[in-house]
Design a protein around this ligand. Structure first.
Ligand code: FE2
Ligand code: FE2
Length: 196
């Protein structure tokens, strides 16, 4: 069986129908953006399909998996183990499907982002938020879908900003990595402007 078909069958076993449909949507959006930004289409599809493979385990299971597999966790992840599904998903993708480091990083970074995100990681991050199965009854997602076809970095910044605002309103913890990623992207933008 082709790798993607095998992964789809496996995902049906570990994800709810809703999350499975979301994962297919992310895979399709990754394919679309990979074509626009010149990234390997197969890699993008596999990363998108697998990104939430570890999402539907309990917090206890996530902490236990991290412990068993020597996955480092920080204070914020300990308080909110759900965000570990990026790191754990990347690990499962490596051991179960032997995916490349680039795909592992893209899966890992889709939760907390990373200042070193490459184009593939940015595509997965953005696709997760704008895939076509998500409800699109608000201005933001429509704008993000439009922007994603034109400027990937700008879309990542826009989504990060929206996320930070949401977290602040809900009095939730903000992972410092997301601020580092935002700073790196804004700095790259400013540097680009100053050389024009
Ligand atoms: Fe996720
Ligand atoms: Fe997702």
């Amino acid at each position: 069986m082709e790798k993607i078909e095998q992964i789809k069958e496996d995902l049906k076993q570990v994800l709810s129908e809703k999350r499975y449909i979301h994962s297919i949507g992310v895979m399709e959006m990754c394919e679309k953006l990979a074509k626009i930004y010149g990234v390997d289409i197969q890699n993008a599809k596999i990363a998108g399909l697998l990104h939430d493979i570890a999402k539907e385990t309990t917090s206890e299971e996530k902490l236990e998996y991290a412990k068993q597999n020597n996955i480092e966790i920080d204070e914020i992840e300990k308080t909110n183990p759900q965000i570990l599904h990026g790191k754990i998903g990347a690990h499962i993708a490596k051991v179960k499907y032997g995916v490349s480091k680039e795909i592992q990083n893209a899966i890992e970074y889709h939760t907390e982002t990373n200042p070193n995100m490459d184009i593939l990681a940015k595509i997965v991050y953005v696709s997760d938020k704008i895939e076509l199965n998500r409800k699109d009854d608000n201005f933001e997602i429509k704008y993000e879908r439009e922007l994603a076809t034109k400027d990937l970095d700008e879309t990542v910044i826009y989504i990060i900003n929206a996320n930070i605002i949401k977290l602040i309103k809900k009095q939730k913890l903000i992972h410092p990595t997301i601020l580092k990623t935002r700073n790196a992207l804004i700095k790259a933008k400013l540097d680009k402007k100053s050389t024009l």
